[in-house]
Design a protein around this ligand. Structure first.
Ligand code: SF4
Ligand code: SF4
Length: 438
């Protein structure tokens, strides 16, 4: 008999498809942000408010996971959905389920913790960028740009091919055994408030829920799903012929569609609210940056006029000033201000690198072009504005232009998990700066 797909599973797959289209790299972004927090803590410069515009995905996902459990994995994560879709197609093609021995399954599930610990160790000892080109997540995000990306992400694509083969045979292969973010979520979701109760008294010898659990959890032994492996796919709730499994909150049963809708609305509110708040914090930081930049310029002007009065000639200092003005870098900025009194003429006329004005530049971001306009005043980058971008991730748009103005350089740190967008904004700025050169 043909198995009918339930309404809640149709609902889940619709949400998965929406997230797959709108936020395909959310998992990589979230993991990148977790790495960023860890790196900042290691360096001793973690400031939550300042870092907030770069932590939007994490700020939205962590509370959802604490309250609802791994709802993110079951409903929102595009890589988890990719595993689901591959398995759905393969089970239609092969019409048989590949079973993993329970003990082997439990041992393999430990692998993801080793991967997490390995990544933590490598970041601690070697820095944050070692895995940049070998992440299967990044390769997955670049799949539509495969011909261009294969050379630079070769290891990532090899791993992606391995994961795809695994997903053909084992449901949620990557999520069960390999995902370091999933490993973190297992720990966090131990505190979940929304639970699945499953009284066993009416089960008898039935194993239907266990046989259908996407994560291979031994459900038939449990009165309540306490395992952090549960991704809230709700398949166990669907398949039970006696309707034993129920979603519950503080002992009260909840309708699955209602509970899922609350989780979706909560996530959308947190993600949208964090994005707006991140933009406000970024904008305020930009204001203080531009005030600071004006102060520097004024100081430089005063110092220059003093230098005219004293008319002291110092060839050695002049050489240093010329070296430091290269690429209008952060150091060059402060150095040129400090050395300005000893130069014969204001740097804006003799040593200036850029002409005043507004310049447009284009770079290639995440699967599309990014256009920026850069304002130069008194040889300084005073504003970088992203005019057009076809990317749903707003963190780099908030963060990268601000850092370019702060450091006076088009080469700044990428936003973790949004490497392509960050690089696209930087290359668009470089393009604009090349037009502004004297
Ligand atoms: S375990 Fe990892 S890949 Fe799977 S759904 Fe969760 S975050 Fe995504
Ligand atoms: S316990 Fe139920 S909701 Fe959790 S992963 Fe297994 S089937 Fe899905």
């Amino acid at each position: 008999m043909r198995k009918k797909i339930s309404e809640i599973q149709i609902f889940r797959h619709i949400i998965q498809i929406v997230f797959f289209i709108l936020l395909p790299g959310l998992f990589a972004l979230a993991f990148g942000q977790v790495k960023l927090i860890y790196t900042m803590i290691l360096k001793g410069d973690f400031n939550f408010i300042q870092a907030f515009p770069r932590l939007i995905a994490t700020v939205a996902i962590i509370p959802i996971t604490i309250f609802f459990g791994r709802f993110f994995c079951g409903w929102f994560c595009a890589f988890g959905s990719f595993n689901d879709f591959v398995y759905m197609i393969s089970s239609k093609v092969f019409k048989t389920k590949f079973k993993v021995d329970r003990e082997l399954d439990s041992i393999l599930k430990l692998l993801k913790y080793f991967i997490l610990v390995f990544i933590v160790f490598v970041i601690w000892t070697k820095g944050n960028t070692l895995f940049d080109n070998s992440s299967p997540w990044d390769a997955f995000a670049l799949i539509t740009n495969f011909p261009k990306a294969i050379t630079s992400y070769f290891i990532g694509f090899v791993l992606l091919a391995f994961i795809t083969v695994g997903a053909i045979y084992i449901e949620r292969f990557f999520c069960r055994y390999l995902c370091p973010l999933g490993a973190m979520f297992v720990i966090i979701s131990k505190f979940r408030k929304i639970k699945i109760d499953k009284p066993t008294e009416k089960c008898g010898k039935c194993r239907v829920c266990t046989n259908n659990c996407a994560m291979g959890i031994n459900l038939y032994k449990m009165e309540q799903v306490s395992s952090g492996e549960c991704i809230n796919c709700l398949k166990c709730v669907d398949v039970c012929p006696r309707s034993n499994p129920k979603i519950s909150y503080m002992g009260e049963n909840l309708n699955p569609a209602f509970a899922s809708s609350i989780a979706i609305v909560a996530f959308a509110t947190l993600y949208g609210g964090s994005t707006v708040l991140g933009s406000i914090i970024s904008a305020n930081t930009k204001v203080s940056t531009s005030v600071a930049s004006n102060d520097i310029t004024k100081q430089g002007d005063n110092i220059n006029s003093n230098s005219d009065k004293t008319s002291q000639n110092n060839d050695d200092t002049q050489t240093k000033t010329t070296q430091n003005s290269d690429d209008a870098g952060a150091n060059s900025n402060s150095n040129s201000t400090k050395t300005a009194p000893k130069t014969k003429a204001p740097s804006s006329t003799t040593n200036s690198k850029y002409k005043d004005g507004t310049y447009a530049g284009t770079g290639y971001g995440y699967m599309s072009d990014i256009n920026v306009s850069v304002i130069i005043k008194n040889d300084k980058i005073t504003n970088v504005k992203v005019d057009s971008i076809n990317d749903s991730y707003k963190e780099p748009v908030n963060v990268i232009p601000q850092e370019i103005v702060q450091t006076q350089s088009s080469n700044v740190d990428v936003v973790s998990g949004a490497t392509h967008t960050s690089n696209g904004i930087m290359s668009a700025t470089s393009d604009a700066l090349s037009k502004a050169k004297n």
